[in-house]
Design a protein around this ligand. Structure first.
Ligand SMILES: Cc1ncc(COP(=O)(O)O)c(C=O)c1O
Length: 470
């Protein structure tokens, strides 16, 4: 049987889903030349789709030369259709399902989504209106690649106060989210053959951004205190160390001061730079707030932040705080990339911070998320007693649940998914595979009490039905 995953919740037509998956497998030689494919009738039966769907998918594959029919004997993979995709651009790396479905029958525990129902619409709308009405007409023209001074000044004082980041507004470059900041950093620091140390596990997307520069990723395992700095070995190719010290993604640990200091000593000895991704540390639920790593050595650390978690990912506003030697080059790269980040949003955000709305919004959301986190922990322990441990819940919008006796294989995740619960295995983010197979990430920021209750109820039902837990 040809194992293809069909998702009826997606907007993409079923034909397209089948065509894309078979094509990818042929290109990657998972389906080899001369291998026989199931008949369109058989495949339609296996996938519970209409035969027209499979016929159409096969016709498209045939028209493009991926498969061929042989008189009286069936359909086969054609010769010469295997092509090693560039590792960094492989189709499987491109996550097509970025937006949240609003399907009531799905509970999506995706991580890192704030509750957008609580976005401060009225204030934001009023500030945007005022910006458009009152700003100088020149503000509507092309602007500086580094972003507007109004926003950079607001940010510099906010970051010093809240995160202990030491910087002048001239060191800040406003970016299209942390994602663009990461791409700019990759260009600034890395060339083909250079080495970058990354926490293992770390988000797949960030691995792809850095590896697309041709750099070699060296994964260093993470424990309950974050990156294990004592496992780092000196290497003359080492140019950068990437960390999420306030809230390791995905495992959720916080890097203690001893390891922070050790990391800075390593970077100084290797004459390389630390990249600090501080994507969601505003939401610290336990213990005192942790200052940034950048504050310890502003000359060695490039600091990255984002408004995606504290306000909305749709704003696409993030920023970089750079040591002096990188400022000019980074402005040039930003200019080449997209000239600059939209000005009206920048001005609106500057007013939002200046008038104290940002700090009030964070305070309000912190209470909301803390309650949701507590509820999720309660539900998981109550529903799966003695079956799991919970970690990484001190900060942010997600936590990690590790089952004692359950490995989340792709097949199990798929089965859970087809029953209406989207779960995200830690293993997907592992650099060295096999160490985190029992752990899943539960994002809770965007789920209210009712949705969370329903999601855990469903998950329990599915796991019981498929009898995965003894
Ligand atoms: C660890 C980490 N860094 C950065 C980002 C990117 O955020 P942005 O939306 O600002 O591009 C994410 C997104 O979820 C993330 O998980």
């Amino acid at each position: 049987m040809l194992w293809l995953s069909i998702d009826r919740q997606l907007e993409r037509p079923l034909t397209e889903q089948i065509y894309t998956q078979i094509k990818r497998r042929i290109l990657q030689a998972e389906l080899k030349a001369n291998e026989r494919l199931p008949s369109t009738r058989q495949l339609a039966q296996d996938l519970s789709v209409s035969r027209n769907v499979t016929i159409e998918a096969y016709e498209r594959l045939m028209a493009e030369g991926y498969i061929e029919t042989r008189q009286g004997s069936g359909t086969y993979v054609s010769y010469g259709a295997h092509f090693e995709l560039n590792q960094h651009m492989s189709l499987s790396n491109i996550n097509e399902e970025r937006s949240l479905s609003d399907d009531q029958d799905i509970t999506n525990f995706r991580s890192g989504i704030p509750d957008l129902r609580l976005f401060p619409r009225a204030i934001w709308a009023k500030l945007t209106y005022n910006t458009i009405h009152n700003c100088d007409y020149k503000a509507l023209s092309y602007s500086n690649p580094e972003g507007l001074l109004e926003l950079r000044e607001q940010l510099a004082s906010y970051l010093l106060k809240v995160r202990g980041v030491q910087c002048h507004s001239s060191q800040i470059v406003i970016t299209s989210g942390a994602t663009q900041a990461l791409s700019l950093v990759a260009k600034l620091l890395l060339s083909k053959g250079d080495q970058i140390i990354m926490e293992d596990p770390i988000t797949e997307d960030i691995q792809s951004i850095f590896s697309s520069s041709g750099a070699i990723i060296k994964g260093i395992p993470v424990d309950h205190n974050g990156l294990q700095t004592d496992l780092i070995k000196q290497d003359e190719r080492l140019k950068a160390i990437f960390v999420t010290p306030s809230h390791q993604f995905p495992l959720g640990s916080t890097l203690p001061i001893q390891r922070r200091i050790h990391l800075i000593h390593i970077a100084r000895a290797a004459n390389c730079y630390i990249v600090e991704d501080d994507y969601d540390s505003e939401f610290r639920h336990e213990g005192a707030p942790i200052s940034s790593l950048q504050g310890l050595d502003p000359t060695r650390v490039i600091y990255i932040g984002s408004f995606s978690k504290i306000l909305s990912p749709a704003l696409r506003i993030g920023y970089l705080v750079l040591p002096q030697p990188f400022i000019q080059k980074c402005r040039e790269y930003k200019w080449f990339s997209d000239l600059h980040t939209p000005s009206v949003e920048q001005l609106t955000l500057a007013r939002f911070i200046e008038k104290g709305h940002l700090e009030r919004h964070i305070l309000k959301m912190k209470k909301v998320y803390q309650k949701r986190r507590d509820l999720l922990i309660h539900l998981l322990h109550k529903t799966f007693p003695n079956q799991l441990s919970i970690t990484g819940h001190s900060t942010g919008l997600h936590l990690i649940a590790e089952w004692h006796d359950l490995h989340f294989s792709k097949k199990i995740i798929e089965t859970i998914r087809t029953n209406g619960v989207y779960l995200y295995p830690v293993e997907d983010h592992s650099i060295e595979k096999g160490h985190h197979t029992k752990k899943v990430i539960f994002g809770y920021g965007h789920l209210n009490e009712e949705e969370m209750n329903e999601g855990i109820r469903r998950l329990s039902k599915i796991l019981n039905e498929i009898d995965l837990i003894s």
